[in-house]
Design a protein around this ligand. Structure first.
Ligand code: PAF
Length: 288
């Protein structure tokens, strides 16, 4: 695996990887964008990428533009050597690990803002977050020019923002249909894997398992035709009763448009963000 930290070295490495071996067709390249602190969820993305392309590139960049002023940018776990070893073991060809100055050189002034799907849910609780995500992901796409890119479905709204951006800006590489969502990978007790789970104390980690449990119960009730408003209120009560400090949102939305729903529409998803011990956890599940 080659690790590169400058745009020039990245371009050269990508050109070398794409050079046709034997035949005339250029080799295909899949990108898995990450912020590092890799867990099984990320490694699943890498394995899915490897099934679909000749080579896999992974980016690790803790993107300051997607963190709010009072968020965990400084605390966010950084473990590049450990991450690199895991990626090497998965057969990843290229690790793109730029520093902040390589990604946002002095004088950097451009922002990508995707209206509509960025509003509400995490967009409401984290103003500017999705601008930061869209900006860095567009830069990563332009830097690596992958044939396809893979993202975890835990960040469902993020995926919707990226796909909207790809459509709106006529992205060719990766084309919108080549931006793939991969199902959430969960711990044995159902908690969705996240780099932020590492912040949880043992007691909070145990209580955090209530999130997927209560969500599954709510999903079953809504799919069964029970009233969504009272079901979501009961879900919030269950989380607060289990030790969550607050619930940022517990909402039913259309999976594609993210439009709010007050009942199952056969394409509904449940979205929850809740805070425990200072850590904000998110999760999403399809209804039915
Ligand atoms: O999901 C993430 O890890 C980040 O939001 C991403 C897509 C790598 C952009 O920084």
């Amino acid at each position: 695996m080659q690790t590169v930290t400058t745009i020039e070295a990245l371009r050269q490495a990508v050109d070398e990887l794409r050079a046709p071996h034997g035949g005339t067709a250029a080799a295909t390249l899949a990108l898995v964008p990450t912020m590092g602190a890799l867990h099984e969820g990320h490694l699943t993305l890498v394995r899915e990428a490897a099934k679909r392309a000749d080579h896999v590139a992974v980016s690790i960049f803790v993107n300051p533009r997607q963190f709010g002023p009072n968020e965990d940018l400084d605390a966010y776990p950084r473990q590049l050597a450990q991450d690199a070893a895991q990626l090497e073991a998965q057969g990843v060809a290229l690790l793109w690990a730029p520093g902040v100055a390589a990604m946002y050189p002095a004088g950097y002034a451009t922002n990508v803002s995707v209206a509509g799907v960025s509003a509400g849910l995490c967009g409401a609780d984290r103003p500017g977050h999705f601008d930061g995500v869209a900006t860095v992901v567009l830069k990563l796409f332009n830097q690596v020019r992958p044939d396809l890119a893979l993202f975890g479905e835990k960040d469902w709204q993020q995926l919707a923002v990226i796909r909207r951006m790809a459509r709106d800006l006529d992205l060719m590489q990766p084309h919108v249909d080549a931006i793939l969502g991969v199902p959430i990978v969960r711990e044995a007790d159902g908690l969705a894997m996240s780099s932020r789970n590492a912040y949880l104390s043992p007691a909070d980690r145990a209580a955090a398992a209530t999130l997927p449990l209560a969500m599954r119960e709510a999903v079953a009730r809504i799919a069964d035709g029970q009233d969504a408003t009272s079901t979501l209120a009961a879900l919030e009560d269950a989380l607060l009763g289990a030790g969550f400090a607050s619930v940022d949102y517990a909402e039913l939305r259309d999976a594609d448009t993210l439009a709010p729903l007050d009942a199952d529409n056969r394409n509904a998803r449940l979205f929850v963000a809740a805070r425990i011990g200072g850590t904000r956890l998110i999760d999403t599940m399809a209804i039915g």
